[in-house]
Design a binder for this molecule. Sequence first.
Ligand code: BGC
Length: 899
Amino acid sequence: MKKAEVINLVTEYKINPIGIDVLKPRLGWQLNSGEQNVMQTAYEIRVANSKKDLESGKNLIWSSQKVESDQSVNVVYGGPALTSMQRVYWQVRIWDNKNRSTSWSSPALWEMGILDRSLWTASYIAMDDITTEKKSHPSQYFRTEFKTKKAIKSAKVQVTSLGVYELYLNGEKVGNDLFTPGYTTYNKRLQYQTYDVTEMLQGNNAIGAIVGDGWYRGNIGWKGDYAFYGKQLALLVQLNINYTDGTNETIVSNGEWKASYGPILESDMYNGEKYDARLEMDGWAQSGFDDNKWTKVQILDHSKEILVAPQGPPVKAIDEIKPKKLITTPKGEIVLDLGQNIVGWARMRVTGNKGDRVILKFAEVLDKDGNFYTKNLRAAEATDMYTLKGDGEEIFEPHFTSHGFRYIQVIDYPGTLSLDDITGIVIHSDIAPTGSFTTSDPMINQLQSNIQWGQKDNFLDIPTDCPQRDERAGWTGDAQVFSMTAAYNFDVAAFYTKWLKDLALDQHENGSVTNVVPDILTGGEGVSAQGGATGWADAAVIIPWTVYQSYGDKRILEEQYESMKAWVDFIAVKSGKDYLWNDPKHWHWGDWLAYNADKPDYNGSVTEKDLIATAYAYYSTTLLAKIAAIIGKTEDVGKYKEQAVNIKKAFIQEYITPNGRLVSHTQTAYAMAISFDLIPEGLIEKSAAYFAADIEKFGHLTTGFLGTPLLCTTLSKIGRDDLAFMLLNRKEFPSWLYPITMGATTIWERWDTQKPDGTIIEGMNSFNHYSYGAIGEWLYTHVGGLRIDPENPGYKHIIFDPHPGGGLTSADAEFLSLYGKIKSAWEVKDGKFHYEVVIPANTTASVTLPEATPDSIHLNNSKLKSDLLKTLRQTDEGVQLELGSGTYQFSYPSEKLKL
Ligand code: BGC
């Protein structure tokens, strides 16, 4: 048997992060053990300034000493305060429940960023280029040179910009992050990045940077906003060099730097990039370049108080896709098909004459006649243009734009275009994949693929509603409904931590939460400018809760607490004495884009907005009361519990008949009331029957953004897996599989984004909105049976409870938790139900074996042994067992299962 070891050390969810500004970082590790029933019983962490000190155990800056605890994630650093740019090394060893200890883990490290603001000695530098009209300006190039005369021990650069930047050192790009400094609510929080550039320095050095408009000064939102955060771009760079002789030097952006325009004539998130290779300036980011014609920069007075280290993962180019087909459309357009709707751009290889100009256009679909279709991009031009310099093979990739697309139209390509000349570059926030879900049904596997692509495509530093049209905004409702599914598919802890900070900062004084974050709408016109929409603004409470549930992260609850509380208090004020949030003047999106058939006898999918608002008021207030208890805000617990009780009473009185019927007799209303626990005990069966009857009557779903995520989980809750599977398996509109019959590779915004005859609804209509992908949560938790225990979250205690059905013969849900890999995989074969579960070390689990009887169960081909039998409980669903870590293969006859 392999000896247990401690592996995968993380600090603030990251591997060896540098430049962080979390003062008391949280540490985590995994226990790798091949044995069953392994739990950590104690740990010891040590931290030192150097690897040598760490490993010798001398001059430690902190030792936790041996702590009797099974905690192995989110363990707070408890040593002395760290200083700016301090790098520390750490390691950990643990003891387990079999009285053994591991050896010390391999060392990991973290490094602080700039904590003391007075250390920011660099100045923001800018060109004399102030936007006065709504027109893209060329990207700006900055440079300086410097010499290093001594041997270098280490060098770090801190950099940010107003706009988006690329940094170069001696001609090489620094790091491979995209769209840095990232998208935050720029007037309140501006991220800077730290890069280790020790290896990039030489004697004569040059620093160069390109700054483009990005979200800061480019087009943003669908109302034609331009230069929303500022009219002038700027750059801030600070390079700290430590020499081996113990001295330091800091190179900073200042009035000595030079600036120029270059080949990027226009670069805009929505419209694309125009690049003229004839204007390239060879060697501009290397020393010795003649910058005589470059202008002097200005110093821009801009706050350094708002500078923060990034908490989320950076955006990166993650994947490449080769086009599958080259098509000439009926209109004669030359179009390449990637076979997958992605976000990013096309890398082009081209040879031609100086001045030849190639245009690349991007689209999600072809129209019903097979022509290139861009109407649904609305005002986003999504067009890249490349002018050749004409010296052999040239490669073009844009810098500061991205497109949402599957098809690329190539116009005026010199010579003959082949599939090899274009590559689709997939970009997204570098969230690590954590979940996989597969079944015996290829269409459901395609649905899962579409959900995951929808997530990748819309996790571009913020959670966007869609990645292609003139919108791409951080819509809170979309993010809220999808957050749990998102947390199964990818590691989103750090991603949401970052975004929620902006949510709180943009929150209004009265507690109202904005519709989009970063908030680019407040102060504008129309209903979208009003915040505080039910189900949308509740992201303030629900997403931190999701992060807590998925990662056991209490700090996010603490840090977001004031924001949540302000939101729930806002609702209370709005609802007033009768606890009903029914103010007709207050705008809600309601069950946005619910199915609305044109059947004459169809009595509607429209759920009254005040019912939804009051239901969500109850849900968020209930969560807040729980959260207050978890983080020790005892004084608030009673208050919010009582408030919740009052909302529930009001809800029952106003919206539920004594017979359990809801006044909005819709699937959404029932799903919401049942799953939020708003139905009185005695009426649950009746309400459930109404709910089921409505689904049976129509034979399909009728729900929108808020109802859909709750639909199948609620059906499972009332024991109607059969209906949930019916909805899942349905292939006609409206359903999840209908888009797949139409060739969808991502989740659509509407149930009928494209009609069966190929017609595409005009106007607001995206082929890449993740909201309806929220069905993913039910796929993992019920079909796969891999679930969080809300009482012991973060997968410290796992609930395995598969719901086989719907004609599936197998399902396999896997999840990479903070403790390690979890697996829940079942298969029906040869008249038997085979079920494999994998439980990582330092966790425990409850397993339900559906429709099993104690004596029929085999574990690893033998009858259950007494230690397990002791934990066995016969339930209505089957047999329940309590398990420790390890891999278990169960099997038993399957004839009782309702497949
Ligand atoms: C967006 C959404 C959003 C909605 C508000 C749309 O324009 O694309 O997904 O939630 O507006 O209802």
